[in-house]
Design a binder for this molecule. Structure first.
Ligand code: FMN
Length: 298
């Protein structure tokens, strides 16, 4: 057996759309606050704040979050201060890493204008299009409703900016939607967002949170979606959905992901531990992250 002498940093590094990342980990949009930034030094390869929209949004009324077995349901509803205030505060997320920004609009025009605005900002390395939030009514339009709408919105954004565009999709129709996003010019795909879900309080006979399920409960679904999409497109795939340990990260990379997002897990675990578990796994198997991508033996 060849013993590898490479440093841990080199072993963890990946490249995403020509952007070098020190580690394959990226915070999932909406799950890392400015306040927690001090605790994640050295963990992530890129930053990714909560989705921004053209105008401020108050989000959905409470209750917005409920715990479930092996996960949580949220219905935050893209609460955010709007793109102008978002950009004013963006320096807080500049911790010397590539900065990705998540964007959503209600109409094609809004998506296009937002991408033009974000694309003109030199601090931003790439734009992730949130085409799949399950708890937002997009002015009658659902951008992930099918390949035709995915293709249309990605094409508008593609014309609006030369920056790398990632299309974030949900699991419904994911392969067809992934192909549509790729053919419209997406540089990468984020697979996947939360899954539509509902919690009910039986004692009070009340519906509680109608939103998106995240956390370990959705991991096998996300893994399948990543695996199927990686077999169907050429562009890189960023895995998201239930990643909770370093071994989970390795599994997503084996399924073909180039980078992996950590969301709900960061509410219950220190992401540093997830990274160190990944490093230990790589040491044990004698591989680099680059060797892992799609390297399933069957
Ligand atoms: C509290 C919360 C807020 C979220 N906000 C956003 C958001 O603003 N934009 C977005 O694209 N995804 C958002 N998501 C979805 C996550 O980015 C991620 O895709 C999803 O939770 C699945 O990953 P996980 O199981 O690791 O959390 C949010 C998820 C949670 C739990």
């Amino acid at each position: 057996m060849v013993v590898r002498e490479r440093k841990t940093e080199t072993r963890l590094a990946v490249e995403l759309c020509g952007i070098p990342l020190r580690t394959p980990l990226i915070p999932a949009s909406g799950t890392l606050t400015k306040e927690a930034l001090g605790e994640v030094e050295g963990v992530y390869g890129a930053m990714l704040p909560k989705t921004t929209t053209p105008a401020p949004r108050a989000g959905n009324p409470p209750p917005r979050v409920a715990e479930t077995y092996a996960g949580m349901v949220n219905s935050i509803g893209l609460q955010n201060p709007g793109v102008e205030r978002f950009l004013e505060g963006l320096d807080a997320f500049d911790i010397g890493l590539p900065l990705f920004v998540s964007a959503a609009g209600d109409t094609l025009e809004e998506f296009g204008a937002l991408c033009e605005r974000l694309g003109a900002d030199e601090r931003i390395s790439a734009i992730e299009l949130n085409l799949s939030c399950p708890n937002v009514e997009c002015g009658g339009l659902t951008f992930c409703a099918g390949p035709a709408s995915v293709e249309e919105v990605v094409a508008v954004c593609r014309r609006a900016t030369g920056k790398p565009i990632f299309a974030k999709l949900t699991f419904e129709g994911v392969v067809e939607n992934a192909r549509a996003a790729e053919s419209a010019g997406a540089d990468a795909l984020t697979i996947m967002n939360t899954i539509p879900a509902l919690t009910i309080d039986a004692h009070r006979r009340e519906a509680l949170v109608r939103g998106g399920l995240s956390g370990p409960a959705i991991k096998p679904v996300a893994l399948r979606a990543v695996y199927d999409v990686c077999g169907a497109v050429e562009v890189p795939v960023i895995g998201s959905g239930g990643v909770t340990s370093g071994i989970d990260v390795a599994e997503f990379m084996l399924a073909g992901a180039t980078a992996v997002q950590i969301g709900t897990a960061s509410f219950v675990r220190d992401p540093k531990e997830i990274l160190s578990e990944l490093a230990s796994y790589l040491d044990k198997v004698g591989l680099d992250t680059a060797d892992l991508m799609g390297a399933l033996s069957s």
